[in-house]
Design a protein around this ligand. Sequence first.
Ligand code: SF4
Length: 231
Amino acid sequence: MKPREPAPSFASVVRALEGLHGTPEPPAVDEPFEMLLWERVAYLVPDERRAAAFAALKERIGASPEAILAAPRKTLVEIARLGGMHPEMRAEELREIARDVKDLFRGDLRSVLRLPLPDAKRALMRFPGIGAPGAEKILLFAGAYPLLPLESNGLRTLLRLGYGIDQGNYAASYRSAQAALEEELPRDLPWLVRAHQLLRRHGQTTCKASVPLCERCPLRSGCRTFRSRGA
Ligand code: SF4
């Protein structure tokens, strides 16, 4: 059997993506509690609409556990509606998040940043909609740990490039891609944030789920999927 060609160096991948997409703006939100709100205030909508819903939350209610618990349910639902479907359910989840942070973390979720990594991830994964990638994103963006969280777009891009193997389920594929990258990740947190953002952007705009736009991709010469298609 023909041996698999190695994936290109990850640093060169990130450089090429930065050349194509430009240097990303720093994340809009990097405080742990606000990041939980950012995730639940909207659902399956473009970033701009999520940002608008989050801005309305901050302006009309405030982004502290106390403010959210004191807010009328009707207002929370109105704001959640700006962020897409299931607004009643997400309004309730916003209250649940606020209640848990107040009761279990004395109102300050930043205390998780001081926990050992496995404990910090476990503590964050108790919140609605937060799995391992979401917990790792919070810990990276808040400056606690040098991780490379991968949402679906970034993971798809890496697997197609040849980092790890698609195992047919998200968690196993995620672990496979992260294991393949382990030796190549620097401890440079801002660089890792940019790598996460660029992989996401590339998956959204170029390495698309249905039909990847390989002809405009600067990674194609080193891409396992592109080579396997014999293009
Ligand atoms: S060459 Fe195609 S499959 Fe490979 S990373 Fe680029 S867009 Fe994705």
